[in-house]
Ligand binder design. Structure first.
Ligand SMILES: *[C@@H]1O[C@H](CO)[C@@H](O)[C@H](O)[C@H]1NC(C)=O
Ligand SMILES: *[C@@H]1O[C@H](CO)[C@@H](O)[C@H](O)[C@H]1NC(C)=O
Ligand SMILES: *[C@@H]1O[C@H](CO)[C@@H](O)[C@H](O)[C@H]1NC(C)=O
Ligand SMILES: *[C@@H]1O[C@H](CO)[C@@H](O)[C@H](O)[C@H]1NC(C)=O
Ligand SMILES: *[C@@H]1O[C@H](CO)[C@@H](O)[C@H](O)[C@H]1NC(C)=O
Ligand SMILES: *[C@@H]1O[C@H](CO)[C@@H](O)[C@H](O)[C@H]1NC(C)=O
Ligand SMILES: *[C@@H]1O[C@H](CO)[C@@H](O)[C@H](O)[C@H]1NC(C)=O
Ligand SMILES: *[C@@H]1O[C@H](CO)[C@@H](O)[C@H](O)[C@H]1NC(C)=O
Ligand SMILES: *[C@@H]1O[C@H](CO)[C@@H](O)[C@H](O)[C@H]1NC(C)=O
Length: 349
């Protein structure tokens, strides 16, 4: 498509479809229209949601109505008229969060070859990740958070090398974390919490150098907390609560300078000391992980929540504290008195 035409298309789409030229210019290819219809049916098996999709690129909103009560929900099916060098517009994103969808993940999504973003957060979708999706190598963003999906996490996701965000949180995925995910070299967010994953965290994940957010809480993993997590120098958020993994937690994790939010709980293993933590963290939750020794000074500068409960920590509280929201220290072997500054501050202690 010529640049001038692209311009016309984008402007006119927003205004209306009054002229036949514009209507033509904003057409989706017949294959994408057919796929959209099928996708609507697959996502919405029980028919409680009416899912009307046109054959034009209206850059935006799909109206989703739910019966018997008619509730409009925000769904966005994005499209672009300048993404390909042809006379068509193409579907580029699916964002259908909180939309009461109760069907399966649609295999026909793979027919929409320009889709970059899939977000089906908080629906009731069930079944497995379709094998047809293996061809969707250009995806940048996948969130299937909070559905009822099951089966294995397919290794072919490792071929989606443009992926920066992957969340499969709060589903019923089983099997192991596939080592192929280590090929996702530009991935920034990987969230696998609250599933039924087993096995060890594969060494191959060490290759995802720029991860900023990694969460794998509430699974049935085995093996120890891997050393390579301490090499993820860009990490800002790490959740390892009740993973099934064993301690001791590698010391290098507590040296990650960018870490603002660290939660590790219920990790049995030999006793080990907490020698230091990054300064000015927002959340530091280290509950029931067999810490011994004293609490390092930097821990007292945690800003929002400090939870060091159910360890074997000894020593006294510092004479001054910042006005943090929550401090939890029970289930340790601390001694001495609680300084006035703790009692006078507004924090929940
Ligand atoms: C999607 O593509 C597959 C393979 O090319 C084809 O068999 C299928 O009919 C297409 N789906 C739709 C709804 O057109
Ligand atoms: C999509 O819906 C939102 C909220 O209802 C609205 O503000 C926006 O203008 C709509 N976009 C289009 C392209 O219709
Ligand atoms: C739709 O999105 C807008 C803007 O994000 C929000 O204000 C509105 O509450 C949403 N409506 C529904 C039904 O979720
Ligand atoms: C993933 O990519 C590799 C290398 O390009 C290829 O051999 C393999 O078949 C692909 N896997 C899938 C499931 O597409
Ligand atoms: C990681 O980030 C650094 C700095 O932002 C960048 O130079 C590097 O290319 C990134 N690595 C990968 C594999 O994307
Ligand atoms: C993890 O569990 C699997 C099977 O559940 C077992 O084969 C493997 O040896 C276990 N690995 C470790 C390190 O315990
Ligand atoms: C951590 O990174 C260093 C330096 O790149 C490397 O030598 C070491 O093997 C890595 N450790 C792990 C457990 O991956
Ligand atoms: C913590 O426990 C380890 C392992 O039992 C032990 O070697 C170390 O001396 C203990 N440190 C403190 C300060 O008690
Ligand atoms: C608390 O215990 C430490 C040894 O763990 C001891 O050095 C210190 O004097 C004790 N403080 C008080 C107030 O009992």
């Amino acid at each position: 498509m010529f640049p001038q035409l692209v311009q016309v298309c984008q402007v006119m789409v927003i205004i209306s479809f009054s002229s036949s030229i514009t209507a033509l210019a904003s057409m989706l290819p017949p294959g994408e229209v057919a796929a959209l219809r099928q996708i609507g049916k697959t996502l919405n098996e029980d028919g409680r949601v009416s899912f009307n999709l046109g054959d034009r690129c209206e850059s935006g909103n799909v109206t989703i109505r739910r019966y018997p009560q008619i509730t409009e929900m925000n769904g966005t099916i994005g499209c672009s008229c300048s993404i390909a060098d042809d006379k068509f517009c193409h579907i580029t994103s699916f964002e259908l969060k909180d939309s009461d969808l109760s069907g399966r993940l649609p295999p026909d999504l793979a027919n929409l070859t320009y889709v970059r973003k899939i977000d089906f957060t908080r629906n009731n979708l069930y079944g497995t990740i379709p094998v047809e999706w293996a061809s969707m190598k250009n995806l940048h963003f996948i969130s299937l958070t909070a559905n009822r999906l099951s089966g294995y996490i397919p290794g072919y996701l490792g071929n989606f090398t443009s992926l920066t965000y992957l969340s499969l949180e709060s589903n019923q995925f089983s099997g192991v974390v596939p080592p192929e995910l280590g090929k996702l070299s530009i991935l920034q967010t990987l969230i696998l919490s609250s599933n039924k994953l087993v096995g060890t965290l594969p060494e191959a994940l060490a290759q995802i150098k720029n991860l900023t957010d990694f969460r794998v809480s509430d699974n049935n993993l085995n093996g120890t907390v891997p050393e390579f997590i301490g090499n993820w120098t860009q990490l800002q958020k790490l959740d390892l609560c009740a993973t099934g993994l064993q301690g001791p937690v590698p010391h290098a994790i507590f040296l990650l300078e960018k870490l603002k939010n660290l939660k590790i709980t219920d990790t049995p293993g030999p006793e080990f000391p907490l020698l230091n933590v990054p300064e000015k963290m927002d959340y530091l939750v280290l509950r029931n992980i067999n810490l011994n020794g004293t609490i390092p000074e930097e821990a007292w500068s945690v800003e929002t929540t400090l939870d060091l409960t159910f360890n074997k920590l000894v020593g006294e509280l510092p004479s001054n504290t910042i006005n943090r929201q929550f401090t939890f220290l029970s289930g340790n072997m601390l001694n001495g008195t609680v300084p006035e500054s703790f009692i006078q501050s507004n924090q929940y202690l």
